[in-house]
Design a protein around this ligand. Sequence first.
Ligand code: FES
Length: 103
Amino acid sequence: MTDFVKAAETSDIPAGRVKVVEVDGKRIALCNVDGEFYAIDDLCTHDDGPLDQGELTGDVIECPRHGARFNVRTGKVLALPAVKPLGTYALKVEGTQIRVALP
Ligand code: FES
Protein backbone atom coordinates (compact mmCIF):
# COMPACT_ATOMS: atom_id res chain seq x y z
CA MET A 1 0.00 0.00 0.00
CA THR A 2 1.26 3.46 -0.91
CA ASP A 3 2.22 5.77 1.94
CA PHE A 4 1.04 9.35 1.54
CA VAL A 5 3.17 11.69 3.64
CA LYS A 6 2.12 15.16 4.75
CA ALA A 7 4.05 17.67 2.64
CA ALA A 8 2.32 21.04 3.14
CA GLU A 9 -0.91 22.85 3.91
CA THR A 10 -3.05 23.97 0.98
CA SER A 11 -2.88 27.53 2.33
CA ASP A 12 0.93 27.47 1.92
CA ILE A 13 0.64 27.52 -1.88
CA PRO A 14 -1.55 30.14 -3.58
CA ALA A 15 -2.89 29.47 -7.09
CA GLY A 16 -0.18 29.80 -9.72
CA ARG A 17 2.63 29.32 -7.22
CA VAL A 18 5.19 26.63 -6.49
CA LYS A 19 6.62 25.56 -3.14
CA VAL A 20 9.49 23.19 -2.49
CA VAL A 21 9.21 20.68 0.29
CA GLU A 22 11.52 17.91 1.37
CA VAL A 23 9.88 14.53 1.61
CA ASP A 24 11.98 11.55 2.63
CA GLY A 25 15.16 13.43 1.63
CA LYS A 26 13.86 14.39 -1.84
CA ARG A 27 13.15 17.94 -2.98
CA ILE A 28 9.66 17.99 -4.40
CA ALA A 29 8.02 21.02 -5.98
CA LEU A 30 4.31 21.35 -5.21
CA CYS A 31 2.43 23.30 -7.87
CA ASN A 32 -0.99 24.90 -7.50
CA VAL A 33 -2.74 24.92 -10.88
CA ASP A 34 -6.03 26.77 -10.35
CA GLY A 35 -6.64 24.99 -7.05
CA GLU A 36 -5.44 21.56 -8.19
CA PHE A 37 -2.13 20.45 -6.71
CA TYR A 38 0.63 18.52 -8.48
CA ALA A 39 3.96 17.18 -7.20
CA ILE A 40 7.09 17.09 -9.39
CA ASP A 41 10.81 16.65 -8.87
CA ASP A 42 12.45 19.99 -8.14
CA LEU A 43 15.22 19.15 -10.59
CA CYS A 44 15.09 19.95 -14.27
CA THR A 45 16.04 16.89 -16.31
CA HIS A 46 18.27 19.00 -18.56
CA ASP A 47 20.90 20.11 -16.07
CA ASP A 48 19.35 19.99 -12.60
CA GLY A 49 17.95 23.54 -12.55
CA PRO A 50 15.71 24.34 -9.56
CA LEU A 51 12.22 24.34 -11.02
CA ASP A 52 10.63 26.13 -8.05
CA GLN A 53 12.49 29.22 -9.26
CA GLY A 54 10.81 28.91 -12.65
CA GLU A 55 7.60 30.40 -13.94
CA LEU A 56 4.36 28.40 -13.59
CA THR A 57 1.80 29.34 -16.23
CA GLY A 58 -1.31 27.21 -16.10
CA ASP A 59 0.00 23.66 -15.91
CA VAL A 60 3.34 24.46 -17.57
CA ILE A 61 6.53 25.21 -15.67
CA GLU A 62 9.54 26.79 -17.31
CA CYS A 63 13.03 26.09 -16.04
CA PRO A 64 14.81 29.31 -15.03
CA ARG A 65 18.18 28.13 -16.34
CA HIS A 66 17.74 27.40 -20.05
CA GLY A 67 14.00 27.62 -20.64
CA ALA A 68 12.91 23.97 -20.90
CA ARG A 69 9.18 23.60 -20.28
CA PHE A 70 7.29 20.71 -18.69
CA ASN A 71 3.67 19.83 -18.04
CA VAL A 72 3.40 19.56 -14.24
CA ARG A 73 0.41 17.17 -14.46
CA THR A 74 2.27 14.56 -16.50
CA GLY A 75 5.96 15.51 -16.39
CA LYS A 76 5.99 15.58 -20.20
CA VAL A 77 8.64 17.74 -21.89
CA LEU A 78 7.12 20.58 -23.91
CA ALA A 79 10.25 22.48 -24.93
CA LEU A 80 13.95 21.79 -25.36
CA PRO A 81 16.68 21.66 -24.18
CA ALA A 82 15.26 19.00 -21.82
CA VAL A 83 14.40 15.70 -23.46
CA LYS A 84 13.59 13.47 -20.48
CA PRO A 85 10.27 13.82 -18.64
CA LEU A 86 10.12 15.08 -15.09
CA GLY A 87 9.46 12.79 -12.18
CA THR A 88 5.93 13.21 -10.84
CA TYR A 89 4.35 11.95 -7.64
CA ALA A 90 0.86 10.91 -6.71
CA LEU A 91 -0.70 13.43 -4.39
CA LYS A 92 -3.93 13.77 -2.47
CA VAL A 93 -5.51 16.53 -0.46
CA GLU A 94 -7.09 15.56 2.86
CA GLY A 95 -8.84 18.50 4.46
CA THR A 96 -6.18 21.19 4.36
CA GLN A 97 -3.25 18.80 4.10
CA ILE A 98 -1.36 18.04 0.90
CA ARG A 99 -0.02 14.50 1.07
CA VAL A 100 2.49 13.07 -1.37
CA ALA A 101 3.08 9.40 -2.18
CA LEU A 102 6.58 8.20 -1.56
CA PRO A 103 8.17 6.28 -4.42
S1 FES B 1 18.70 23.12 -16.38
FE1 FES B 1 16.62 23.36 -16.97
S2 FES B 1 16.71 23.91 -19.05
FE2 FES B 1 18.75 23.60 -18.50
